[in-house]
Design a protein around this ligand. Structure first.
Ligand code: 5AD
Ligand code: SF4
Length: 479
């Protein structure tokens, strides 16, 4: 047994979870009484990162407990929920566009129930806007109270009144929420929630709250269950997985967790997302190298290659720290694939400072990069910083960066031709094509001809051709 420090309270009490199960059962019977001849349909749309994708699996699980059947068509849904993202303005605009499009549908079908949840709904100014301009939305709630969906739905249905549930608390972790997994072979396994890093541009700590880790036993139990069910890939998720267990356990950290999951018997791959260079230690890289089930892929966002900008971003490391870490990682894992996130156009970033980002990209030679133009987020420190650069200038720098990375990616994929990779068959690339898609351990997409029955299996694929971002190949030595 592991000891939790200072007896800190981690999970929502079991009585509360039991209450939610009762609400789910009540809602199910009400829906059945209303129309016994037809099962109600629910539509779930997810925006944003893996945390939201994982939360949506729980939303689907709870809805199914309430008697709903899932549909992909919003027009036929009796209940529609949008799980929103607040990371950039563009993400919010997309959400508003989607909600706006529901208005005529709701007018045509007044019985339809519309809910909004996720990170955007944790922001007061957004909720005010919804109250004012989107009053046809029945229910609004933030990510901290996701497990209360059965209660919210039950009361909102009975009261027939709009409900806005914006808890200011950080919340506890709700264990035991039913989850409807999107895949039978790839699983998301949340290990921690929230973030304490307060990068000056980032909204996450404000909407997802302080860092909190799931109990080691709870994570291990879920990992063992997934392996027993035949899952072939388990992705450990959290805003900052490297700080798993911090302030909670004296003897358990992320490395220990990786080692423990790696020790579960079975043929499966472990991935994790996202890491912060501030908390990424050589010990973690040694652990990655030593654990044969851990994918040799590191997604380590560096955001900027310039030390002044990194400081203004409150990242807590320098360009030199970052390079040293990556050099060490390549030393202990020569075949490692490194990917990263970069922000272009942070307030006050000069062209010379941006050139330091270009030179870092040239030096590290990432497998791929997720590049973003800075977007001011209300309430963050950076939103108050002076920003004199024009949008055109930012777009031009963005293009310079993506063009550089394209060349690097092309060289990287070209160097993979003639090599064989073990790949998990994930899906057919187009219906009826006879071509399946998977990813190498390093997270490069690869397409190859194979029968549909192989979806969910590992196959060895010889790379025969390389495009900039994807590989083409043929299966070898397969059953
Ligand atoms: N503007 C632009 N990009 C951002 N990111 C986070 N916040 C912002 C913002 N305000 C990017 C970072 C992060 C990724 C998930 O999104 O690069 O790593
Ligand atoms: Fe978007 Fe961040 Fe929330 Fe994920 S945690 S959904 S990226 S705002």
């Amino acid at each position: 047994m592991t000891q939790i420090k200072n007896n800190i309270k981690v999970s929502v009490p079991e009585e509360e979870m039991e209450k939610q199960r009762e609400y789910a059962a009540l809602t199910k019977s009400i829906l059945h009484a209303r129309n016994a001849s037809k099962q109600p349909l629910a539509f779930v749309r997810t925006f944003g990162c893996l945390a939201n994708i994982s939360d949506s699996e729980q939303i689907k699980g709870m809805l199914m407990d309430m008697g709903y059947v899932l549909t992909e068509t919003v027009e036929e849904a009796d209940f529609a929920i949008f799980n929103t993202c607040a990371i950039r303005e563009h993400a919010e605009d997309r959400v508003f566009g989607n909600i706006g499009a529901l208005k005529p549908l709701k007018q045509k079908k007044p019985q339809m129930f519309i809910a909004l949840c996720g990170c955007m709904m944790q922001q007061e100014h957004i909720v005010e806007k919804i109250k004012k301009s989107y009053s046809f939305v029945d229910l609004v709630f933030g990510p901290h109270v996701l497990h209360k969906l059965p209660e919210f739905l039950y009361t909102a249905m009975n009261e027939r009144q709009n409900r806005y549930e914006i808890s200011q608390t950080d919340g506890l972790i709700a264990e035991g929420v039913t989850r409807h997994r999107d895949s039978a072979f790839k699983a998301w396994l949340p290990i921690m929630y929230g973030c304490d890093n307060y990068c000056s541009y980032c909204i996450v700590p404000y909407v997802r709250g302080r860092e909190k880790s799931r109990k080691f036993e709870d994570v291990m139990e879920e990992a063992r269950a997934l392996v027993a069910l035949g899952y072939k890939e388990i992705t450990l998720i959290g805003q900052n997985v490297n700080s798993y267990g911090k302030n909670m356990y004296a003897d358990i950290d992320f490395s220990k967790l990786l080692e423990s999951i790696n020790a579960i018997e079975g043929d499966f791959l472990i991935r994790f997302m996202t890491s912060n260079p501030r908390d990424c230690s050589p010990r973690l890289l040694d652990t990655m190298a030593a654990c044969e089930k851990v994918a040799k892929h590191l997604h380590l966002p560096f955001q900027s290659g310039n030390n002044r900008v990194l400081k203004a971003m409150n990242r807590g490391y320098t360009r030199e720290n970052y390079i040293e870490l990556i050099e060490y990682a390549f030393r202990v894992m020569p075949n490692l694939s490194v990917t990263s996130d970069v922000i272009v156009g942070f307030p006050g970033e000069s062209y010379e400072e941006f050139c330091d980002t270009l030179s870092l990209v040239k030096q590290i030679r990432f497998t791929s990069l997720y590049t973003f133009i800075y977007s001011a987020r209300e309430g963050t420190a950076a939103a108050t910083m002076q920003d004199n650069e024009t949008r055109e200038e930012k777009v031009s720098r963005f293009t310079e960066l993506t063009t550089l990375q394209e060349g690097i990616a092309r060289d990287r994929t070209a160097s993979m031709v003639g090599k064989t990779f073990r790949v998990l068959c994930e899906s057919e690339n187009k219906p009826g094509s006879g071509v399946l898609t998977g990813r190498t351990q390093g997270n490069v997409i690869i397409e190859f001809p194979a029968a549909l029955k192989h979806i969910g299996d590992y196959v060895d694929v010889l790379v025969t051709e390389a495009k900039t971002w994807i590989l083409k190949g043929i299966p070898v030595n397969n059953r």
